[in-house]
Design a protein around this ligand. Sequence first.
Ligand code: FAD
Length: 446
Amino acid sequence: MSTAVARDVAVIGAGAAGLAAARHLRREGHSVVVFERESLVGGTWIYTNNTEPDPLGIDPTRPVVHSSLYASLRTNLPREAMSFREYPFVPKKTGHRDPRRFPGHKEVLEYLKDYATEFGIGELVRFETVVNRVWRGENGKWEVRSRKRGGEEEEHMDEAFDAVVVCNGHYSEPRIAHIPGVDRWPGKQIHSHNYRVPEPFQNQVVVLIGSAASAVDISREIASVANQVHIASRSISDEEATMVPGYDNIWLHPMIERAHEDGTISFSNGFKIVVDIILHCTGYKYHFPFLDTKGIVTVDDNRVGPLYKHVFPPSLAPWLSFVGLPYKTAPFPQFEIQSKWIAGILSGRISLPSPEEMTKDIEAFYSSLQKCGVPKRYTHNMTGYQFEYNDWIATKCGCPQTEEWRKKMYSATSLNREARPETYRDEWEDEDLVLEAYQDFKKQIS
Ligand code: FAD
């Protein structure tokens, strides 16, 4: 049996992914430094009223605001299913905590702070420290160039590590819908990354593009103050505008056809209206401005690749890895299992296939996507197979498979969210699964 080896590992980011990575790397015996631009842990869950000066978030020189949360945000997953497996997300009786099953964003931030405290992760984090460049040095070690925030450009520090785990999040770099004619259209445009509260939309005619969970929430919130809200969604077929049930000022349309100089927007169903604001709820792009792999890892049409199981680039494995790239998942338990896998591989306790085998696996995965007509940009969309994926990694790690209640609860919530988009956070029918989850949690807490 091989002896476990301790490595020096840099983790970039102290959001939920970076915290899980730090926790499991250290547990495995590695030395860990976490680099974090902000002054506290929590990443996306650190709400701020601040927005970027460029409301569309496309100017590459803009000062970046990391979080995309809006003030009213409540989780779109129940706390039991969101929870890390080894640290149940149960309501706390102390302090001003939010005990709801789908709590507000502050409660998630508190949970992540508790997680960091529980496992002593704070002491590993260099706060207010931005990573500007990561590259492989001549000696094969990974160099990390960082700068204390507020310091001079020249005041950077270069340090060498055996391995780097990238956990920088992927909800900060807006993806914008292409709208023919929009350059000469006189209205305002904003991406949901810079949406915080509905007030600026008072009495406005708004076109909102998108249909994901946050688009659903924001459209309803804006409708409470706006004159009209027109949702343009790829998932609506080319038919006449329909009204959203329960609202007298929200319409559903297929995609926008064109923006016109006179202020009108036309849709592919023939509908036309003069619009004040276009709100892009069109998602985000993967972005690793600090990462220099000499072209080995690229972001091509939002595919980060080539990556074995969304984590390791074969020719740089296991010395470079990514936690948290997949979406349409319950993120925290997935971060946890990916982190355990990386930690175990770095110490030599768990083995990886050869680079050639990993490359073959990736090629097979990409060609299966192509055969099914899945565009490249959906490479990391895990709809329908997150638990199979997690369990595959769990087997490699010798960890237990996903709890049955968690799988069922995730599906039940998805169905409930679709059926009752306004009320799913307060009305549900999976109480039996909640009981099962708490029985499971009890074993861990006692
Ligand atoms: P982040 O939380 O984004 O953390 C990345 C960290 O890296 C940040 O702290 C950032 O400051 C730091 N960083 C980035 N670049 C650098 C650098 N160069 N140098 C130093 N530090 C750097 N998930 C759920 O489970 N339930 C939900 O209900 C839910 N709702 C969501 C709603 C919205 C609007 C959004 C945007 C996301 C939501 N998510 C939800 C997903 C959420 O993103 C994940 O839960 C999770 O928080 C992502 O963690 P992360 O660590 O990958 O990224």
